[in-house]
Design a protein around this ligand. Structure first.
Ligand SMILES: NC(=O)c1ccc[n+]([C@@H]2O[C@H](COP(=O)([O-])OP(=O)(O)OC[C@H]3O[C@@H](n4cnc5c(N)ncnc54)[C@H](OP(=O)(O)O)[C@@H]3O)[C@@H](O)[C@H]2O)c1
Length: 379
């Protein structure tokens, strides 16, 4: 007589699960390797000289700003529902150097594993409508506008009128307007939607002198907040002139060691521990992490470390602590345009570079000490 020995059911289920997980991981690895090898872009195709050329910044490979080149590309033609915009100015943002480097690496799942899928760069622009498709009713040639569109480091961009684009206020220059979309919308959504600032509340803005910070100080004041800005000594007067009630020079004082409790902290730098920030938050305060860290912060987790910590800590503390990603949209651009028209918000411009010098502009931004916005001009 023979006896058959059977493993307990739970061990068989565990073995089955382990096998299924190993197969899924192996398939994912194979998919990533195939995706990486096949990842390509239009730079690999033999190019015809453009029939109607315009200048644009292009990059064929991930790397540094030295990979960017000013090249002739085909001038776009609007379809029935698009505007053709002659770009008058653009602005650089930390987002640009994330795309140039393809870091943190997880972003390559959508941007292209080995090479950038989209070889054009830039988002923020201002300009003049040159032509409109036959279905466009709310814009006409000659209108002065600003907005956000991929590939903005170019002489022309195509824009859909229902996307992030709005008329430029007459009291704002093209250079100022170009600096608004990403930084202004991020500041607006952080103050209004994330921190939910009410009149009289105490707000601390860490990184008050940068692209987002200079808008955040002014927007927080329009919402009636009592604003404390944090920046280095050379920017103290500039931040005060934007309306900050107090300015902390981080080279001399540590905002996390003071006795004030803030109703909200808007953190553009992410250089302090979350528990240190929590110490100076009011019991029902809100900590809004916007970003922080330069290109040297690490390619794998890098800029994601702060958001991950905020996500993990959030459920265990009374205060709200979190990260958010701003959404470019038409309605909020209009809110910002109205604030500028009313003289409540004025974009701060640091340096200006011609289109051919986008690499220099990006390298300057990567140093992490821009004072307001860095602008690209079209000569
Ligand atoms: N979550 C989102 O949707 C979103 C959207 C836009 C931007 N971001 C992120 O937000 C961050 C800020 O963007 P940005 O456009 O404002 O960048 P930025 O213009 O490059 O910011 C530079 C500013 O940071 C200040 N700074 C540097 N070290 C500091 C410190 N230790 N303490 C206080 N301030 C310091 C500098 O002031 P000093 O020269 O005085 O040191 C400078 O004025 C970036 O990480 C960006 O990626 C996130």
């Amino acid at each position: 007589m023979t006896t058959t020995w059977k493993r307990p059911l739970w061990r068989r289920i565990l073995r089955g699960l382990a096998r299924a997980i190993s197969i899924v991981i192996a398939l994912l690895i194979v998919a990533l390797v195939i995706g990486y090898v096949r990842s390509d872009n239009e730079c690999s195709n033999p190019k015809q000289p453009p029939a109607h050329p315009m200048s644009a910044i292009v990059y064929c490979d991930y790397g540094t700003a030295d990979n960017l080149k000013l090249e002739p590309v085909e001038k776009p033609t609007p379809d029935d529902g698009q505007l053709l915009v002659k770009v008058r100015a653009a602005a650089v943002n930390p987002l640009d150097w994330h795309f140039i480097r393809g870091t943190p690496y997880v972003m390559r799942l959508s941007a292209g594993l080995r090479k950038p899928k989209d070889i054009r760069l830039g988002v923020d622009f201002s300009g003049t409508v040159e032509a409109v498709g036959k279905n466009v009713t709310d814009f006409k040639p000659g209108d002065e506008i600003f907005g956000g569109r991929n590939g903005a480091f170019a002489e022309y961009v195509l824009v859909r009128p229902d996307r992030a684009v709005t008329p430029k206020p007459a009291n704002i220059s093209f250079e100022q307007a170009a600096g608004v979309p990403i930084a202004g919308i991020t500041a607006l959504q952080a103050i209004r939607d994330q921190a939910k600032i009410q009149p009289g509340q105490k707000v601390l803005i860490n990184g008050a002198s940068g692209g987002v910070g200079t808008f955040a100080v002014q927007i927080a004041k329009t919402y009636g907040a009592d604003v404390t800005g944090v920046c280095s000594g050379r920017n103290v007067e500039m931040v005060r002139s934007l309306g900050a009630d107090r300015v902390i020079d981080y080279t001399k004082d540590d905002f996390t060691k003071g006795g004030v409790r803030y109703d909200a902290i808007i953190d553009n730098v992410g250089n302090r521990g979350l528990l240190e920030c929590k110490r100076v938050l009011a019991p029902n305060g809100r900590y809004v992490l916007i970003g922080g860290g330069g290109p040297e912060r690490g390619n794998w987790i890098g800029a994601l470390a702060g958001p991950m910590k905020a996500f993990l800590l959030g459920p265990f503390v009374k205060q709200e602590m979190g990260f958010f990603v701003a959404q470019l949209n038409k309605a909020d651009l209009k809110v910002l345009a109205d604030m500028m028209e009313a003289g409540k918000v004025t974009p701060v411009i640091d340096r200006q570079y011609p289109l051919a010098q986008v690499p220099e502009a990006i390298k300057y931004l990567e140093e992490g000490h821009a004072r307001g916005k860095v602008i690209i001009t079209m000569e």
